[in-house]
Write a protein that binds this ligand. Structure first.
Ligand code: SF4
Ligand code: MSK
Length: 658
C-alpha cells in the first residue's frame, strides 16, 4: 500500500512536493522503499554473512534451520562481525573526509591551492600549542604546514596513540586502555578492525564488539575531530549567524544551484565563485535576477555556519528539491547522495554534477574539482549551471513557500563566549545551570532521515519533549536541518517549547534552546563540549558521570553506527530510533543495551517512539543527577498543553498545578 504524504513527512514543503511528484509520476525514495517490501528479514536481523565465497550463509532465527554458517560462525559472531564492518566503513568515510581537509590545509599553507587562506589563526595557534609545535615567529602558513603534516601523520601512525586521546578525561582513557580500544593511527585502526572481520579472523562476538568501538573511536577522536579542527583553521571558526532553511529558499527568478554532500572544500569555493562578476554577468545574460546557492545535507551545514548560505533541506530533500523544477544544477561530492537523482534530473532539466575523484555516478556529469585551481574550477561548474537556466520549463516549476529563519554556527569555543560573555568566557553558567536544577542536562540529537520513518517526526517529537523538560539540545547533520526547518533553532523557540528553567537560561544569554553545531563530522564538537563541561568542574570527571546523552532518532548511514560507537564508547548513553541491525543475536543486543555500561560507562537503547525515547533520556539524566547529588529540578516540566504557544508563566503554573 502506498503511504500518504503525511505518513511520509511532517514537513509541509515535503508534503507539497510529494503531491507534485505523484501527479507527475515521478518516483522518490519512499516509492522505491514500498516497492522493496518485504525487505530481507535475515539482513534486518544482521544474521546474513557473505564474508567468504562458501556463503552467503544465514542463521535461522526460529531455530529450525542452520544455527551457524558453513565455517561454524554463530549468529552472535555473524551479527557482531557485520556491525564491526559497518562501524569501520562509517569511520573510514568520516576519516577520509578529514584527510582531504588536511591535504587542503597543507596545499594552502604551501601556496599550492587557489582561493583558500588560513582563516582560523587563533585555533591554529591553539592547536599548535596543544601539539607541542612551536616555531618562534612562525607565519600562519609555516605553522599551518607543520600542523597539517602532524595531522596527516595521525592517519598512518603505526605506534602509540592518537594525539587527541590526550584530550579525553583520565577515567575515559583508563577504560579504553582496559578494553584494548585506545585509538592509535586512524588508518591502522580501521584496517585492523576490517581485518578482524575477514573469514577466519576474529570469531568471538565480544572481541568484535570491542572492535566496533575501536573503529568508532578512531573516527570520533581521530578522523572527525581532525576534520572539524582543521576545517575551522582553514575555512574559519564558525560564529552564530542568521539564515533560513527549507525549499522556500529557492527563487523562481534566480538560477538555483544546490550543493550536496559533505566536504567543505568544494562548497566553500563555490560560495566564493558565486559572487564572481563573471558568474553574475552570466546570470544577467541568461535572464535571471541572480544566483541562489543553497545546500542539502552536511555540506549545507558547512557553508551555512561559515557563510550563512541557506539550506534547501536535509537528506530526503535531495529528491524533493529536484521536483521543484527550479534547480539548474546539483553539485555533489561524497556521501549520502542518491544515484536515483539521475532519473529526476532527466524529467526536470537539472544537471547533476559529480566532482569528487572518490565518487562517480552513472548518469551524472562528472566535472572533477581541482583544488589547485579551486576558484576557476568552481566558476566553471557554476557557469555550466547558469547556462542550464535556459532549459528550465516554467510549467514544471513549483517552489513551496515554506522556509524558516534559523541561527546556526555554534562551536565549543563560541558557546564559551555566549555563556560567559566576551570578557568572562566560561562554561560555568552551563554547569551552574545544571547543578542548580534550571537545566536537566544536555543532549545531542543528531543524525539522518530514513524512509523507514516519517521524515523529521522523530527528531522534532523527541526534541520538543526534551525541551519541555529543560534539556538543552545540541545538534548536527540532518537533525539540525530538521529542527531548523521547524523553527527550533531560533531564540524564540525557547518561548514556544522550553521548560521555564531552560527558557530563563536562553533568555539570559540570548541562545536558542537547540544549538546547531555543524555537520556529521562536527559531532566531535559534542565530545569537546563534554570535555569542557568536565573541566569546568562540579559535574564529575568522566563523561559517564555527566547528565548528558546522545540520540539518533532517524539514523540511516554507517557513519551513524561509527558515531554511536564513539559516543557510547566515550561514556555517553545513546538512543537510536531503529535498532542497530543486531536483533538476530540476543547476546549482541544484550551487550549493547546493557553489558557495555560495565565496560565503557554507557550503553545504547533502541526506541522508535520518539517521546518514549525522550523519556529514556530524561530518566537517564535524572539518574546521573541523583548520582551527583545535584539539586532537584527548579521547575516542573512545561505542561504539554502549552507546547507551541508563547509561555505565559502564570497560566503554565496554573495548568501544572491542575
Ligand atoms: Fe558463511 Fe563463514 Fe563464509 Fe560467512 S565466513 S559466508 S558464515 S562460511
Ligand atoms: S548528511 S550521514 S543523512 S546526517 Fe551528513 Fe544527513 Fe546522515 Fe548523511
Amino acid at each position: 500500500m502506498v503511504s500518504s504524504k503525511k505518513e511520509r513527512s511532517v514537513d509541509p514543503a515535503a508534503q507539497e512536493i510529494l503531491g507534485i511528484a505523484a501527479q507527475e509520476s515521478q518516483q522518490v525514495a519512499y516509492d522505491r522503499y514500498e516497492a522493496m517490501q518485504p525487505q530481507c528479514g535475515y539482513g534486518q536481523l544482521g544474521i546474513c554473512c557473505h564474508n567468504c565465497n562458501m556463503g552467503p550463509c544465514r542463521v535461522d532465527p526460529f531455530g529450525d534451520g542452520p544455527q551457524e554458517g558453513i565455517c561454524g560462525a554463530s549468529a552472535d559472531v555473524i551479527v557482531a562481525r557485520n556491525l564491526a564492518r559497518r562501524s569501520a566503513v562509517g569511520s573510514a568515510a568520516h576519516s577520509d573526509h578529514g584527510r582531504d581537509i588536511v591535504h587542503l590545509l597543507l596545499s594552502t599553507a604551501r601556496g599550492e591551492s587557489q582561493g583558500y587562506s588560513i582563516k582560523g589563526v587563533v585555533k591554529l595557534r591553539k592547536l599548535a600549542r596543544e601539539w607541542g609545535i612551536g616555531i618562534e615567529d612562525a607565519t600562519s602558513a609555516q605553522l599551518a604546514e607543520k600542523v597539517a603534516e602532524a595531522a596527516l601523520a595521525e592517519f598512518g601512525k603505526q605506534e602509540g596513540e592518537l594525539r587527541f586521546v590526550e584530550r579525553a578525561p583520565q577515567k575515559v582513557r583508563e577504560r579504553w586502555e582496559q578494553m584494548g580500544v585506545t585509538p592509535g593511527g586512524v588508518d591502522r585502526d580501521i584496517v585492523g578492525v576490517l581485518h578482524s572481520t575477514n573469514m577466519g579472523g576474529s570469531n568471538e562476538a565480544l572481541h568484535l564488539l570491542r572492535n566496533c568501538v575501536r573503529a568508532g573511536l578512531a573516527d570520533g577522536w581521530g578522523g572527525s575531530m581532525i576534520a572539524t579542527e582543521l576545517s575551522d583553521i582553514l575555512l574559519g571558526e564558525p560564529q552564530p549567524l542568521v539564515s533560513e532553511a527549507n525549499l522556500g529558499v529557492l527563487k523562481e527568478d534566480h538560477v538555483n544551484i544546490l550543493v550536496h554532500g559533505h566536504e567543505p572544500g568544494l562548497s566553500d569555493a563555490l560560495v566564493t565563485a558565486s559572487q564572481s562578476p563573471k558568474v553574475l554577468a552570466a546570470c544577467e545574460k541568461a535572464g535571471a535576477k541572480g544566483l541562489q546557492l543553497a545546500g542539502i545535507c552536511c555540506t549545507a551545514n558547512e557553508i551555512l555556519m561559515r557563510h550563512g548560505v541557506p539550506i534547501a533541506g536535509n537528506f530526503l530533500h535531495q529528491e524533493f528539491a529536484l521536483v521543484t523544477g527550479a534547480v539548474e544544477m546539483m553539485v555533489v561530492d561524497i556521501q549520502c547522495i542518491f544515484p536515483a537523482l539521475k532519473d529526476l534530473a532527466r524529467h526536470y532539466h537539472t544537471k547533476v554534477v559529480s566532482t569528487s575523484p572518490k565518487a562517480h555516478f552513472e548518469g551524472f556529469q562528472h566535472i572533477e574539482f581541482d583544488e589547485s585551481r579551486a576558484l576557476d574550477s568552481a566558476e566553471e561548474i557554476l557557469l555550466a549551471g547558469v547556462e542550464n537556466f535556459a532549459n528550465r520549463d516554467p510549467e514544471k516549476v513549483h517552489i513551496p513557500s515554506d522556509k524558516s529563519p534559523l541561527v546556526a554556527g555554534f562551536t565549543t569555543e563560541s558557546i564559551f563566549d555566549h555563556l560567559g560573555g566576551r570578557y568572562r568566557p566560561s562554561y560555568r553558567p552551563l554547569n551552574n545551570g545544571i547543578m542548580e536544577g534550571r537545566l536537566r542536562g544536555v543532549v545531542g540529537v543528531v543524525g539522518c532521515n530514513t524512509v523507514k520513518q516519517c521524515q523529521d517526526e522523530g527528531h522534532l517529537e523527541m526534541v520538543k519533549e526534551l525541551l519541555r523538560h529543560d534539556v538543552l539540545i545540541v545538534q548536527t547533520g540532518c537533525s539540525a536541518i530538521a529542527c531548523g526547518k521547524a523553527g527550533l533553532l531560533m531564540p524564540e523557540a525557547a518561548d514556544l517549547y522550553a521548560g521555564r528553567g531552560l527558557k530563563e537560561i536562553c533568555d539570559a544569554v540570548g541562545l536558542p534552546p537547540c544549538l546547531h553545531l555543524g555537520s556529521c563530522v562536527d559531532n566531535s564538537r559534542i565530545l569537546t563540549a563534554c570535555i569542557e563541561i568536565c573541566r569546568e568542574g562540579g559535574l564529575g570527571e568522566d563523561f559517564a558521570d555527566l547528565p548528558v546523552a546522545g540520540a539518533a532518532p532517524e539514523w540511516m548511514s554507517d557513519k551513524a553506527i561509527a558515531i554511536g560507537f564513539y559516543v557510547v564508547g566515550s561514556g555517553v548513553f545513546t538512543v537510536t530510533g531503529d535498532p542497530l541491525p543486531v536483533l538476530g543475536s540476543p547476546m549482541v543486543k544484550e551487550y549493547l543495551t546493557d553489558g557495555m555500561e560495565k565496560d565503557f560507562g554507557a550503553k545504547f537503547a533502541f526506541e522508535s517512539d520518539p517521546v518514549k525515547a525522550a523519556h529514556l533520556i530524561i530518566d537517564h539524566l535524572d539518574s546521573k543527577r541523583e548520582a551527583l547529588h545535584l539539586d532537584s529540578m527548579m521547575y516542573e516540566p512545561r505542561p504539554v498543553e502549552t507546547v507551541g504557544q508563547p509561555l505565559q508563566l502564570e497560566a503554565a503554573e496554573a495548568v501544572a498545578a491542575g
